[in-house]
Design a protein around this ligand. Structure first.
Ligand code: ARG
Length: 316
């Protein structure tokens, strides 16, 4: 697509978003399956985020293994098939499958096909991780996507030229639409936004993460359906909150204790919402919004700063 045909830009302020209504943004199919990586090598070896403080060497490996299978089977019971990428020796964070790429699908009109065939033309944008120990995970995930015939769309010509961009952990599609929510300010760098906007020709709604604790967008924001989002408001600046409230009709705000219990790191699979157990108020709010909370235990993964959403990649 040439620059003159390009329709969208980055949305950072409410004034920019006000011009835009969801109905103006093209539809996009939602992912129908899930990719995970077994926690064979999972461990906490260094402190990469606030949740990891004091947890080095504290993971109960056998319990983590059992919890991982419990999460996988919860996904399957919700009707989502789970594919598995083999774990690699010494890659302690590879189990967090949300970060290595951002998957998406080309819009139907891209190939001009009226039969909708082009809707199943999936691609991935590879991440550039903040930590070198995690950068090594990316080729193994890319191998899986290449086998599945995904197109690889690099953000820059070389990895060195790329800003930090941590995949689906910081870049979340608005359900059903080609609108990308991007969290920046902790791991993912702000300059990823115009690059994504240009590469994918989508509006990129930019959300500044203001705390060091809620370091990925998926720790404080979960888009459940096209109308509903779960957020922890103190993790964002005011402009970001205004953007969110403009685009979602229903904003479920979680209390501090639930936010620290990874309530926002949930995933909606149809009307089921899989989340870490014990967030009583969030579960009640989900139920009154018509969702069915499915509680699982991810205690061992929380020691590394991740829960349900981080443990999987939504794929097509
Ligand atoms: N220990 C991992 C890290 O700090 C956890 C990643 C969790 N993933 C996520 N999408 N929030 O990179």
């Amino acid at each position: 697509m040439t620059t003159s045909q390009r329709k969208y830009s980055c949305l950072r302020t409410f004034a920019q978003a006000r011009e835009l209504s969801l109905s103006d943004i093209e539809k996009q199919v939602d992912p129908t399956s899930i990719l995970m990586c077994e926690p064979t090598c999972f461990d906490v070896k260094e402190t990469k985020n606030a949740f990891m403080k004091g947890q080095v060497g504290k993971v109960d490996v056998a319990l983590a293994q059992r919890q991982w299978f419990e999460v996988k089977s919860a996904f399957e019971k919700c009707g989502y098939p789970v594919h598995v990428v083999p774990a690699v020796d010494g890659f302690e964070d590879m189990v967090f499958a949300a970060n290595q790429v951002l998957p998406g699908v080309k819009p139907r009109f891209a190939d001009g096909g009226a039969d909708g065939a082009a809707a199943s033309a999936p691609y991935v944008v590879p991440a550039r991780m903040a930590y070198q120990s995690r950068q090594r995970e990316i080729p193994y995930y890319l191998d899986w996507f290449k086998q599945q015939k995904y197109e690889i769309l690099p953000l820059c010509a070389t990895t060195e030229a790329m800003p930090v961009f941590e995949g689906q952990g910081d870049a979340i599609w608005h359900p059903g639409h080609r609108l990308l929510w991007l969290g920046f300010g902790n791991r993912t760098e702000e300059r990823s936004a115009p690059l994504l906007c240009q590469l994918l020709d989508v509006p990129v709604a930019m959300l500044r993460l203001t705390t060091a604790t809620f370091y990925h967008l998926d720790t404080c924001f979960a888009a459940l359906d096209e109308n509903t989002v779960v957020i922890y408001p103190p993790a964002f600046d005011d402009e970001s909150l205004r953007l969110i409230r403009h685009c979602f009709n229903r904003v479920i705000e979680v209390p501090e204790s639930d936010a620290f219990n990874f309530a926002c790191n949930c995933v909606a699979l149809g009307h089921n919402v899989v989340l870490q157990k014990g967030s009583r108020q969030t579960c009640a709010q989900l139920e009154s919004a018509g969702f069915n909370p499915v509680e699982v235990d991810t205690s061992e993964f929380m020691k590394s700063g991740g829960s349900v959403f981080c443990m999987k990649m939504m794929v097509y």
